[in-house]
Design a protein around this ligand. Structure first.
Ligand code: ATP
Ligand code: MG
Length: 717
C-alpha cells in the first residue's frame, strides 16, 4: 500500500485516500490532478473498497484513457480492459451497445463523426430543397449539437422567434428522423440518448447506480450541462463523485462547457470545500511564474496558488520572425539543436492556435527530414481512402446506412451518375425508404442494371464476410470493391493511399472486440470515436505537433508556442468581447504550462493565412509575461543552448502492486472508521506492530492524522 502512495505530498495523499464521499480537487496545471485520480482508483481497488467493475472513470481523450489503463495496470493486478474507463462518448457508446433495444436503436447502429454529420445535413438540406447558403450546414450542425448538449429535443424547443429559427427547428426534427431511419447516431446523440434512457428506465438506472460506487472525472471544468446531468443521474444518491479540474484551464466554453458545474458539484454533492493542490511538479520556476502572471489578469477566478521547488530554470525564449517561413525554420533549427544535446523528439512539442498553421511547419519539417506526428489535422480515419473502405464495411454491416451508400455508390466509378442518385433520393423521400431499398427496387433499364450490379456487389460482400475475421473482411472489401485496383492506377497519390488501406487492415488485425460477433460494429465505432484524435504509431521517436486544445493534460520537456500574433492568438473571433478574450488567455495558460523545462514563444511579422498576406502585431499575451522572464532572441544570432536534457526520472517509475494488509488489530487499510473527536475517516496507512501500532487516518473533516491505537478509540463504520 505504502508503495502506491509513496512520493505523494500531503494534499495529494489526502485527495487519493479521500473517504468514500464526493470530492472536488481544484488545482492548477501540473499539480498532479490526473496522477491523483489514477492513484485513487488503484488505491480503492487495492484496499478492497471497490472492485474494478464498480469504477467508472471519465477522461477527456482516448489517449488519456489509454494512458490511464497503462498506469493502472502497473499499479494493481486487475484486467483494466474490462473496466469502464473512457471518454464520455466512448462510455455512452458502450452503454448503448449493451442496451440498444431499450434505447430504440438497431444493434448495428453506426456513429457519425463530425464530417459525416455535416454530409448528412447537406443531404437533408437538399432533400428539403433549402439552400445551403441561407442555411450553412455548419450553422445547422452547431444548432443541433448545441440543443442536444443542452438536453433539448426538437419538440421541446421554445417557440421560434423568427422564420429562420422556425426552419432550424424543422431541420433539427427532420435530421433526427433521418438518423433514426438510417440507424446512425452523432456524438451529441450518444450522450443524450444514454441520458434519456437512464432517466426513463428505472430498472436500468437502479442497476448502474448500484454498480458504479465510485465515479471519477478528469478535466471536470470542461464538462457541459448534459454530461454533468448524466454524471449526477448515474451517481444516484449513495455513490461517490470524485472530480478533478482547473477553472483556469476551461477552454471549451465555446462548445457549451460550464465552469459553473464546479459550483454545482459542491452543492449537489454536499462537498464542503474543494481540495487544493498547490505544488507544481511539472515546470521550472520561470515558466510557472509566467503562467501565474498571465492568468492573474482574468476576472472571476476561483483562485489558487502554484509553486515549485524545481528551481528557476532557464529564461523563456522569444523569437520574432520576419515571416511564417522564417518562424518555422527557427523552430526546426532549435529542435535539431535540442536533439543534438540528447533530448528526444517526442519530448518536444510545437503548439499552435489553429490547424491551418501546421502546413508551413510541415513543409520545413519535411525538408529537414525530421520525424514528426500531427495530432488533430487530417487524421487517419478521416482520410479519403480510409473513409471509402469504412463505408463499404458499414454497408456490409448495415446496408440501410445512407451516408455510407452515397459515399461509395460510384466509387470506384461504375457509371452511376449524379442524376441516378438524385432519382434514388427522390424515391427514398417519396416512399419513406432508405436508399438501399430504393436501389433494390429499381426497375428495368440501363441505369437499373448498374444499380443491380452494385446491389449484387454489396450482397456478395455480405455473404463472403460471413464467418471471416475482421481483418479478412476489411481485406476482402478493399480488394473486391475495386478500391485497390482504383488506387493502383493512380500514379500520383495511389501509393500513399494504398499504404493507408494496408494500415487499415493492420488496424483491424490488431483490434480486439469485446464480443467477436460484433467485431465490425465495434471496430467502426472505435474508428468514429478515434476520428476526433490521431493515434500516434508506437515506438518511433517523433516531434509532436498539435493545437493548444489538443495539448490539454499533456507535458513535454520543450514546448514551442507559435503564431503569437493578435488575430491569431488571441483568435480574431474572440478578441472583441471580454469573455472570449479570457477564454483565449486560459488557452495561453494551457499552452505555457505544458512545458517542463524550456519554453519558446514565437511570432512573425508577416504571415500567409487563408490565402492572404497579413502583417500582424505581436500578441498581447507576450506582453503580459513579465519582461525579466524573457530572453529575446534576435533573428540573426542563434543561441547555443547550454544544458543537456534528459527524461524526467519519475516517468519510468512504476509502483509495485499492493500487498494485502497485515494484522492491524482488526482494522484494514481502506476501512472506514469513526473517532469521537475527528468524526469519520478512512484508514490509509499503518506503522509499527502489536501495542506500538499506529494508524494513519484521513478524516473527512480534519484531514490526515496518525493515531496511536493504545490511546485513540476507533470504531469500525
Ligand atoms: P494538468 O492540469 O495539466 O492536467 P495535472 O494537475 O493533471 O496537470 P499531472 O499531469 O497529474 O498534473 O502531473 C504533472 C506532472 O507531475 C506529472 O508528470 C506527474 O507524474 C508529476 N507529479 C505529480 N505529483 C507528483 C509527486 N508527488 N511527485 C513527483 N512527481 C509528481
Ligand atoms: Mg491532468
Amino acid at each position: 500500500m505504502s508503495e502506491l502512495l509513496a512520493g505523494l505530498n500531503n494534499e495529494q495523499l489526502r485527495a487519493v485516500t479521500w473517504p468514500a464521499k464526493s470530492a472536488l480537487v481544484l488545482a492548477g496545471a501540473g499539480s498532479g490532478k490526473t496522477r491523483v485520480l489514477t492513484t485513487r482508483i488503484a488505491w480503492l481497488i487495492a484496499t478492497g473498497q471497490v472492485n474494478p467493475a464498480g469504477v467508472l472513470a471519465v477522461t477527456f481523450t482516448n489517449k488519456a484513457a489509454r494512458e490511464m489503463h497503462t498506469r493502472l495496470g502497473a499499479m494493481v493486478p486487475v484486467n483494466v480492459r474490462t473496466m469502464w474507463i473512457g471518454t464520455f462518448h466512448g462510455l455512452c457508446n458502450r452503454f448503448l451497445r449493451a442496451h440498444y433495444r431499450d434505447a430504440g436503436l438497431p444493434q448495428t447502429f453506426q456513429i457519425l463523426d463530425s464530417a459525416d454529420q455535416q454530409a448528412a445535413i447537406k443531404r437533408l438540406l437538399k432533400s428539403m430543397e433549402l439552400s445551403d447558403e441561407k442555411y450553412p450546414p455548419r450553422a445547422v450542425q452547431s444548432f443541433i449539437n448545441g440543443s442536444k448538449e443542452a438536453g433539448v429535443r426538437a419538440e421541446r424547443l421554445p417557440p421560434p422567434l423568427t422564420p429562420y429559427e422556425a426552419k432550424l427547428h424543422e431541420l433539427y426534427a427532420a435530421y433526427d428522423a433521418q438518423c433514426r431511419r438510417e440507424g446512425v447516431v452523432d456524438f451529441a446523440e450518444l450522450l443524450l440518448r444514454s441520458y434519456e434512457l437512464l432517466l426513463a428506465n428505472a430498472a436500468l438506472r437502479a442497476h448502474y447506480q448500484g454498480r458504479f460506487r465510485h465515479i471519477l472525472v478528469d478535466e471536470f471544468q470542461d464538462t457541459n450541462r448534459l454530461q454533468y446531468a448524466w454524471l449526477k443521474l448515474l451517481s444516484g444518491e449513495h455513490n461517490v463523485l470524485f472530480a478533478v479540474g482547473d477553472d483556469d484551464q476551461s477552454i471549451y466554453a465555446f462548445r457549451g462547457a460550464e465552469v459553473g458545474n464546479m459550483r454545482a458539484l459542491l452543492s449537489d454533492f454536499q462537498v464542503a470545500e474543494p481540495v487544493r493542490l498547490e505544488q507544481n511538479y511539472r515546470s521550472v520556476g520561470t515558466i510557472l511564474t509566467a503562467a501565474n502572471a498571465l492568468i492573474e489578469r482574468n476576472d472571476g477566478r476561483l483562485g489558487k496558488n502554484l509553486w515549485t521547488d524545481a528551481g528557476e530554470g532557464e529564461q523563456i525564449r522569444l523569437y520574432e520572425a520576419y515571416s511564417d517561413g522564417d518562424e518555422a525554420q527557427f523552430i526546426i533549427d532549435e529542435v535539431k539543436s535540442l536533439q543534438r544535446e540528447g533530448m528526444n523528439l517526442s519530448d518536444m512539442a510545437i503548439l499552435y492556435r489553429s490547424n491551418a498553421q501546421s502546413r508551413v511547419l510541415e513543409h520545413v519539417l519535411v525538408n529537414a527530414q525530421l520525424a514528426y506526428r500531427i495530432y488533430g489535422g487530417l487524421r487517419f480515419f478521416e482520410r479519403l481512402e480510409v473513409k471509402h473502405a469504412l463505408a463499404y464495411l458499414r454497408l456490409v454491416s448495415n446496408p440501410d446506412d445512407d451516408n455510407a451508400l452515397l459515399r461509395v455508390i460510384n466509387v470506384p466509378a461504375r457509371g452511376i451518375g449524379a442524376r441516378t442518385v438524385e432519382n434514388l433520393q427522390a424515391v427514398s423521400r417519396e416512399q419513406g425508404v432508405t436508399l438501399w431499398q430504393a436501389c433494390c427496387a429499381a426497375g428495368g433499364g440501363r441505369t437499373a442494371a448498374k444499380l443491380g450490379e452494385f446491389v449484387l456487389l454489396i450482397e456478395a460482400l455480405r455473404a463472403k464476410a460471413e464467418g471471416m475475421t475482421l481483418a479478412e473482411t476489411v481485406s476482402l472489401i478493399i480488394d473486391h470493391s475495386g478500391l485497390r485496383a482504383m488506387y493502383e492506377q493512380d500514379k500520383k497519390e495511389g501509393e500513399e493511399r494504398l499504404a493507408n488501406l494496408d494500415e487499415l487492415i493492420n488496424a483491424a488485425a490488431g483490434f480486439f472486440p469485446d464480443a467477436a460477433e460484433q467485431a465490425i460494429v465495434e471496430f467502426l465505432s472505435a474508428a468514429s470515436l478515434e476520428a476526433g484524435e490521431h493515434q500516434a504509431e508506437a515506438g518511433e521517436d517523433a516531434l509532436q505537433l498539435m493545437t493548444v486544445h489538443a495539448a490539454k493534460g499533456l507535458e513535454f520537456d520543450a514546448v514551442f508556442v507559435s503564431g503569437l500574433e493578435e488575430g491569431l492568438f488571441p483568435h480574431e473571433n474572440s478578441m472583441n468581447d471580454s469573455k472570449g478574450l479570457e477564454e483565449e488567455r486560459r488557452l495561453m495558460y494551457v499552452a505555457v504550462t505544458r512545458a517542463r523545462k524550456r519554453l519558446y514563444l514565437s511570432c512573425a511579422q508577416s504571415r500567409m493565412l487563408h490565402g492572404q498576406s497579413r502583417y500582424p502585431v505581436r500578441s498581447r499575451f507576450v506582453e503580459e509575461i513579465p519582461a525579466e522572464l524573457v530572453r529575446v532572441l534576435s533573428a540573426t544570432v542563434k543561441p547555443v543552448p547550454q544544458n543537456t536534457h534528459r527524461r524526467a526520472p519519475w516517468l519510468d517509475e512504476v509502483a509495485a502492486p499492493a500487498v494485502p494488509s497485515a494484522q492491524l488489530q482488526g482494522f484494514r487499510i481502506g476501512q472506514s472508521v469513526g473517532h469521537a473527536k475527528f468524526g469519520s475517516g478512512v484508514v490509509i496507512n499503518a506503522e509499527g506492530s502489536g501495542s506500538d501500532l499506529r494508524l494513519q487516518i484521513n478524516f473527512a473533516e480534519h484531514g490526515l492524522k496518525w493515531l496511536d491505537l493504545r490511546y485513540a478509540k476507533l470504531t469500525a463504520e
